[in-house]
Unconditional design. Sequence first.
Length: 164
Amino acid sequence: MNEIFHRISVRKYQDRPVEPEKLEQLLRAAMAAPSACNQQPWEFYVVRRKEKLAELATATPYTGFTAQAPAAIVAAYREGCFAPDYAHIDMSAAMENMLLEADSLGLGGTWMGIAPIEDRMKTVESMLDIPEGLRAFAIYSVGYPAESRPQQDRWDPARVHWVD
């Protein structure tokens, strides 16, 4: 999986829409993620309208570049899952799948955490009219990269502890 060693966070995008079939492929990858007790707590909101992307860009101090993205995917999770303590783990696996699939499709983006900061979660939920019982988890801005750079090598053998 070369994407693991190639993927970077992209914050600058070409002025080019992302094809619906590629957005669907990202969502298929997300939903292929492992899930505790197979609870699959995810729901996804695909945002392509410029006004709504600009609004999402104000959700946190770190989401500003979302206004320039051709699309964003807001991941939410259902409350009251079978294994609620694992919902954030399930959502993280889904997000990572999406990031890797985006790289394989020639796309790029940035995963911006919303949960567990309650005021940010409520802000995004309000912006998208997310119904009660669903909680905003993250925003993934996505598009064709207008920047490129090598991925950092984060390998640190000092952090590996062999237990034989």
